[in-house]
Design a protein around this ligand. Sequence first.
Ligand code: ARG
Length: 706
Amino acid sequence: MTSSIRFLMCAPDHYDVDYVINPWMEGNVHKSSRDRAVTQWQGLYRILKDRALVDLVTPRQGVPDMVFTANAGLVLDDKVVLSRFFHKERQGEEPYFKAWFEENGFTVYELPRDLPFEGAGDALLDREGRWLWAGYGFRSELDSHPYLAKWLDIEVLSLRLMDERFYHLDTCFCPLADGYLLYYPPAFDAYSNRLIEMRVPAEKRIVVDELDAVNFACNAVNINRIIVMNQATDELKQRLQSLGFEVVETPLTEFLKAGGAAKCLTLRVTEPLMPLHQAIATVESRTIQLEGHLLDSGMINRALDLIVEGGGSFQVLNFRLGEQRNSTSSAEIRVTAPRHDVMEKIMSQLIDIGAATQPQEVCDNPLETVEMDGVAPDDFYVTTIYPTEVRVNCEWVRVRNQRMDGAIVVSQTPDGPRAECKLLRDLNQGDRVVVGIDGIRTVRKTESREQRTSNDKEFSFMGSGVSSERRVELVVEQIAWELRQIRDRAGKVVVVAGPVVIHTGGAEHLSQLVREGYVQALLGGNAIAVHDIEQAMLGTSLGMDMKRGVSVRGGHRHHLKAINSVRRCGNIANAVEQGLIESGVFYECVKHQVPFSLAGSIRDDGPLPDTEMDLIKAQQDYSRLIEGADMILMLSSMLHSIGVGNMTPAGVKMVCVDINPAVVTKLSDRGSVESLGVVTDVGLFLSLLTKQLNRLTHRYDHLQLV
Ligand code: ARG
């Protein structure tokens, strides 16, 4: 023995694999040999005994994992934070360890009941004493970390474990003397890896590969320059040697069957206090409120998943379940995140799905002033498509011009406070912009079970499902019905269409929709107009004969001839007036005063004089034409449809038709109930749609006759 370093161990008298609480134990129940375990344990004991003091705690019957003394608690100086085991299988160990610590003069701290924390298995001191690394994700709860910081007066760095094979921090992470760190990065999430990289310089990080990781090379006991472990590859041993460490291997395979090795079998009980460190817990908590059909709509699951996937943890403080089928439920949830930036990210996603931060907490949103035209303050809140409210003078104020990806500008007017969405480029110096995530809520329509499943009366868009071929006809019937309703009440339908509409023979059907008053605005690019006009003038679309379905010799030149003719006339309307264009979608638009906007792009031929090549102007045109829309039909045009989606607030029904399921998913996946995707050929879709509308008209006329 050469030092005053002291460890606590527990002989394996009652050791066995009796149950399964981690993946290593699976398939190993009662498969370990007691004799071999004893021999291996003694091997480790002797190695440590030669180099340090080893105390023993009496093994007890019925708690076979008590050999893993690392999980007894977390020691710093004369204090110990006792473990609260996550699994009931190990909770029986708690009183034995508690008694040992008390008998040995430690001040014992106990966490609240139901707040799991598994001691030095999940909390490892930096060997220079600068801070405490603490794991969470499987056994220990993130909410325990602030207690550690407070009681032990030390900075706690929270690391999130992601791989269930490495369920305790000490299975994949081992701080070494001199600021070195032996660890397996894939066991952690990206945030944690970044934190590790920020604290430990590259030359001090010793990354192990999977082979060493699964042999528990990181589950090592470090005494100054000696590292005791189950096994390491030659490569790892050499690397450690070159850094001045001596690796001592001792087989612990019987304990690997329970998911533990050298480090787990020991608890260092002399952890001297080092000067200079200070208690900082970066862990943050906040309470949010959820209200609505939380179970029916899956909102509660979405919220909790989002918190965990975002790297946080939660505690449900309150859950009031609506008793009647149509009464809403409410929940109060405490969200905990390891750091401020993680919290901000989680909170903004929670706001997106309709959560509110405690309103009494915030009377006014934090605002920051725009210092440069067109540039928002760094921390500005990015808007969504959902109706949003912000806190001004202790009241909720509805944001105007709601759209996605904007900033919220708050101003005081003689009529009271005003909040509105602005695009970055429209921000002016001096504008006051909402920053952070305090005092913001989105108002989501609460959907009951009935609303989600009914498809009677009003039009129901069947969730935001993407329909398969079989459902196309059913969907077309519903859309036709809705188009009819909107027309009858003088509502507004906007069509966004790509050139595929023309190539697939949809021109005549879309023309009919325009002619019969089903379309109030048409949005597209240069190409749809070019090919529509090419077809009207020359009978081809991109050189294909649309009647016979074959390509015409020299046909690829047709569309340029068409462009040229329109250019001579000055614009499409003139070309129609002068009789150059006598049919087609744009002919009908001109004839029936349906406004259209063509947004240009880098690939445009010509372009047509009507095509707006100033994209900011084009976006403004689009957004003006979308205003007040009841429904938007997106027909095989990915780029222009995405553009439209971004400027459309929630509440507008959107139908996206494309032959490519990926496009449909992308467009209809706005998390809003009103969007519907249809995967099919757009020409076919339009022909079914007009057929159905004709049928409806027939039925109406017939009804009027009788
Ligand atoms: N079977 C034990 C468990 O799953 C093994 C504990 C290993 N200890 C450790 N500090 N990693 O709890």
